[in-house]
Design a protein around this ligand. Structure first.
Ligand SMILES: C[S@@+](CC[C@H](N)C(=O)[O-])C[C@H]1O[C@@H](n2cnc3c(N)ncnc32)[C@H](O)[C@@H]1O
Length: 226
């Protein structure tokens, strides 16, 4: 007993020193998407909890948003409302597709250095990290060619693949399998930055389908299928 209280006191002392005198105790925001996007996704999941259909996150990186939402789904026992519900996590798990990058460089004036990233990923490690969430189903695929019929019907979709071509192709392919009353959120819908391909794709898709663009926070395009 005495031994444990000494260990506790030492731990608290170390924490105090780290927090007060080093940067290690500083909280950090580790999400790629904004708080209002996370809350919108959580609220939409709740709004649609009794509606048949799945959720797809297209572009998951190391799974920060996946973990946040999977924890929400688990904490409210979402599957009691929707026992077949699945959370599909689609990614190449090996960064961007070469043709998509080349398109940004040749057609959109981008530089390769500003677009690189995500090559650390590993499908096996990702699956292992989410092994405790049975309803999370990782899929290794290029989102531009994936057959979304295999995961339909979809009621909520987050598209977060940054570049023009995969965002546009995913939007075009996935819309058919989105239920009426379902939603798509597109991240990085903000002009004049390295990932403004997502902005161009979202704006074009809305215009081609007579959808009024609607932005949540500073960079999230919303689409509701009427
Ligand atoms: C910005 S990250 C996703 C972040 C994640 N949604 C989150 O909130 O933490 C972009 C991801 O898109 C993936 N990606 C890029 N192009 C893709 C494509 N054509 N098909 C599938 N995934 C792609 C990358 O591998 C990367 O993991």
């Amino acid at each position: 007993m005495y031994k444990y209280s000494i260990i506790f006191k030492i731990k608290e002392f170390i924490k105090k020193v780290l927090f007060r005198y080093t940067p290690f105790g500083k909280p950090s925001y580790t999400y790629n998407i904004e708080p209002c996007q996370l809350s919108k996704l959580t609220n939409l999941l709740d709004e649609l909890k009794e509606t048949e259909g799945n959720f797809a996150e297209i572009g998951v990186a190391r799974g920060q948003t996946t973990l946040f939402l999977a924890n929400h789904i688990k904490s409210i026992n979402y599957l009691q409302f929707n026992k077949n519900f699945k959370y599909y996590a689609i990614d190449t798990f090996s960064s961007f597709i070469k043709d998509d990058l080349n398109f940004e460089i040749k057609n959109r004036g981008k530089k390769l250095q500003e677009l690189k990233g995500f090559s650390y990923n590993s499908f096996d490690r990702w699956k292992y990290n989410f092994k405790d969430f049975d309803f999370v189903k990782p899929i290794k695929s290029d989102c531009s060619v994936f057959n979304y019929e295999t995961i339909a019907p979809l009621k909520l979709i987050l598209i977060d693949v940054d570049l023009y071509l995969p965002t546009k192709k995913a939007l075009e392919k996935v819309f058919k399998y989105l239920i009426k009353g379902g939603y798509i959120l597109v991240d990085d819908v903000r002009d004049n930055n390295e990932y403004d391909g997502a902005y161009q794709a979202y704006m074009e898709f809305c215009s081609e389908n007579n959808i009024k663009p609607s932005i949540i926070g500073s960079k999230c395009g919303l689409i509701k299928k009427e």
